[in-house]
Write a protein that binds this ligand. Sequence first.
Ligand code: ADP
Ligand code: MG
Length: 397
Amino acid sequence: MAKKTIKDVDLKDKKVLVRVDFNVPLKEGVITNDNRIVAALPTINYVIENGGKAILFSHLGRVKTEEDKAGKSLKPVAERLSELLGKPVTFVPETRGAALETAVNNMKDGDVLVFENTRFEDVDGKKESGNDAELGKYWASLGDVFVNDAFGTAHRAHASNVGIASTGIPTVAGFLMDKEIQFIGEAVESPKRPFVAILGGAKVSDKIGVIENLISKADKILIGGGMTYTFYKAQGHEIGNSLVEEDKVALAKELIEKAGDKLILPIDSVCSKEFSNDAETLITDGAAVPEGYMGLDIGPKSIELFTNELAGAKTVVWNGPMGVFEMSNFAKGTIGVCEAIANLNDATTIIGGGDSAAAAIQLGFADKFTHISTGGGASLELLEGKTLPGLAAINDK
Ligand code: ADP
Ligand code: MG
């Protein structure tokens, strides 16, 4: 998956189109978390420092109707970016037209411009999300080279990524995108072994593709979270009121058979009668969950088992929390796995997945991982071994 990066193109005097991920949380026009803007700075600074003109654009939220546009402008983002860069940033409140073209043509080397939310083009017939060819062509016409740095949308074919690239304009990965390709792509394609995958979260159905792809690639697959109980049911255990996907029990059985010793299930659970942090908890002795109870976290013996299974791992990919980590009574499994991973020597450790990344950050382990993916859906599809249209559209090395 060797893709060209921003380092492979000449940027001097060039109009550089940069698809960034500025999809930041906003509350009444105020940015509540600017992580994504900060994360885009290396690519933006690289363009500026190398004498390019940085033309930046992104989606922000979902926009379907004219009313949806309220509070979804990229203007506050452009202002915050200007503060972070310590230099003026031109904001154009349009996604096309004469004002945008004039502003672009007036740019000097090292200038930065942000134009309006690409999804504003969805109001009149889903042009951005539907990858309207004419729109992609128009945006491509504004620049000389295209840098795609928005990994979070790489699993979607939109006008602002695939549409622009498919006009044939030189298309390269920005630093953020490149990091995701390096870490997740290489972990799955050519991992240093032993390679241990940890899969949890709510549902088997969300993770089937990942489990199937990793069965042939990982040395071990540790299962936790809500999906445990569908596997338990497949093995004939009592599961009480635990989360279960009845229509996936047969599939779970198949996966258990296919994976053999590779697939490792928890050996105990932290249970409760209610989905609440106030209800009493009970730790099972073995897999079976008693009647009236639901399994909400892996138990202490499972943490020990998983810690032992992780020992010596050189590559770890983790997707999906081990329990309902949002409640402190059921966060110990996820914390335990975070600790086990943090204690590994000389291992590449990767988290892909929105809630797993949030869990690791919330529980204070953010700096203990080699890489925390910025794209939930996109990283999941990469782990499934799927071809991401946004990645495929980047020029090969
Ligand atoms: P990710 O976003 O990392 O891919 P998921 O979205 O698949 O993860 O799953 C995350 C959710 O799974 C969390 O909100 C967590 O509370 C829930 N979860 C974990 N374990 C259980 C369980 N035993 N029962 C019910 N929900 C669970
Ligand atoms: Mg999730």
